[in-house]
Write a protein that binds this ligand. Structure first.
Ligand SMILES: C[S@@+](CC[C@H](N)C(=O)[O-])C[C@H]1O[C@@H](n2cnc3c(N)ncnc32)[C@H](O)[C@@H]1O
Length: 405
């Protein structure tokens, strides 16, 4: 049985501690980036007028009014009467634990196996800012409208697999009247740095999210497919978590690497090691994630699953092509390529326990990593990662079917 979670509420006295340094550093850059993709047209409409205020909100300090809330004001949804369903970090049914593996502190559940240490937090922090700059927007279409309210706690936002809590912290500052909930396998390291209208929960989305049904106006999920057993089931959960008119945003990559024409490289794991090494490294990661039960196919099915689901309408998707091995790609500012290289270098280290755990020898892993690092800095050939993003709203008149359990 899962238990009520005593949410970790900061008292607001030291809000934002530790959150500004990186923002200052990265908000300075909102490069004029080209968006390449099958539906780049919709990308540019996303990035036009919609979010200018929200984007600039991130560069300043967060709203003063955010400090006005106390957790009591937000405590209606987890009414004790029906909430034995919340999990806690001490919940023994939760398979998550931190394990040391190849000198990294790992978040390790039955499925997920990537680090949860300072290096990974730093990577996620920078990646968050990089993604905002390439998307040219922080939030999906319709989110601002859905969250328009000045009644504290009336509107609620949920971030599943929140990592550091970067995205949910932005939301909490930009929409200070909203109640924000961040769920992850591992606790956010320093929750005192979170805005006061953020609550955190340690939970595994694979265990079901019934305790969130009907409670949220926005649900955000980004880059957690490697820890999700059945992503279509997660979308079903999200359809029930959303209130009528609520907005879902999903963003995943597909564990493939693409050439400059956006065709995926075909890699056979048992052939001798040869270039392209980044594509080969990713093929090993894909194999390892699949071996643990992660949904490596999710990104490619987001559109199909969302459009087939009767709860959703106003569905839009967008591909974002990241030149993760920059090669001769030269359309972005040089700082952006530096960030990408740093991100990939760090990710190469992060994947070691997962890939070596799935059978690749440490020696082969190090060879592959070194060759990939060489490509990252010296190769002329661009290798792309494809990020597939989708957003949709829940029909106002949709009635959720009865729960099966
Ligand atoms: C690559 S990080 C992305 C973090 C964040 N969404 C972002 O975009 O910065 C993946 C996160 O998802 C979490 N995660 C993976 N599987 C999960 C699961 N089954 N339930 C809850 N969280 C999960 C991990 O602990 C990790 O913090």
């Amino acid at each position: 049985m899962r238990h009520h979670d005593p949410y970790d509420f900061p008292d607001g006295s030291d809000e934002e501690e530790g959150m500004e340094t990186d923002e200052d550093q990265y908000d300075a850059q909102c490069p004029d980036l080209e968006i390449v993709g099958s539906d780049a047209g919709s990308a540019s409409s996303l990035s036009d007028t919609r979010s200018s205020t929200l984007y600039s909100a991130s560069t300043g300090s967060h709203s003063e009014s955010g400090t006005a809330f106390s957790h009591q004001r937000f405590h209606n949804w987890d009414d004790d009467s029906d909430d034995e369903r919340m999990s806690t970090s001490s919940d023994t049914s939760l398979a998550t634990r931190i394990q040391r593996d190849y000198s990294r502190d790992m978040a390790t559940s039955e499925v997920y196996h990537l680090p949860a240490d300072e290096e990974e937090r730093d990577r996620l922090r920078k990646q968050h800012h990089m993604l905002i700059s390439i998307m040219r927007a922080k939030y999906p279409p319709g989110m601002e409208r859905v969250l328009a309210s000045t009644i504290p706690g009336e509107k609620r936002v949920l971030d599943l697999g929140c990592g550091n809590g970067e995205w949910i912290s932005d939301v909490a500052r930009d929409f200070p009247f909203c109640e924000c909930v961040a769920i992850d396998l591992v606790p956010i390291r320093d929750s005192r740095g979170l805005p006061p209208n953020v609550r955190t929960e340690v939970d595994d989305v694979n265990l079901g999210l019934q305790h969130c049904y009907g409670q949220f106006d926005v649900v955000h999920v980004r880059l957690i497919a490697s820890g999700v057993k059945d992503y279509q089931l997660l979308i079903e959960d999200i359809s029930r978590i959303l209130r009528p008119g609520g907005v879902m945003e999903l963003c995943e990559f597909d564990f493939s690497i693409y050439n400059q024409n956006h065709h995926p490289f075909t890699i056979h794991l048992h052939e001798p090691m040869a270039s392209p090494y980044w594509a080969r490294w990713m093929a090993h990661l894909r194999h390892a994630v699949h071996g643990r039960g992660g949904d490596i196919f999710a990104a490619g099915y987001l559109w199909q699953w969302a459009t087939k689901h009767p709860a959703f309408e106003n569905i839009e998707s967008r591909d974002v092509w990241l030149p993760t091995v920059p090669g001769n790609h030269s359309k972005f500012p040089s700082e952006f390529y530096a960030l990408l290289r740093e991100n990939v270098s760090s990710f190469l280290r992060a994947g070691k326990p997962l890939i070596c755990g799935s059978g690749l020898s440490e020696e082969d892993f190090e060879f592959l990593r070194d060759q990939t690092l060489w490509e990252l800095h010296h190769s002329d050939e661009t290798q792309f990662t494809r990020l597939q993003c989708l957003w949709a709203s829940k029909r106002m008149d949709y009635v959720d079917p009865p729960n099966e359990d």
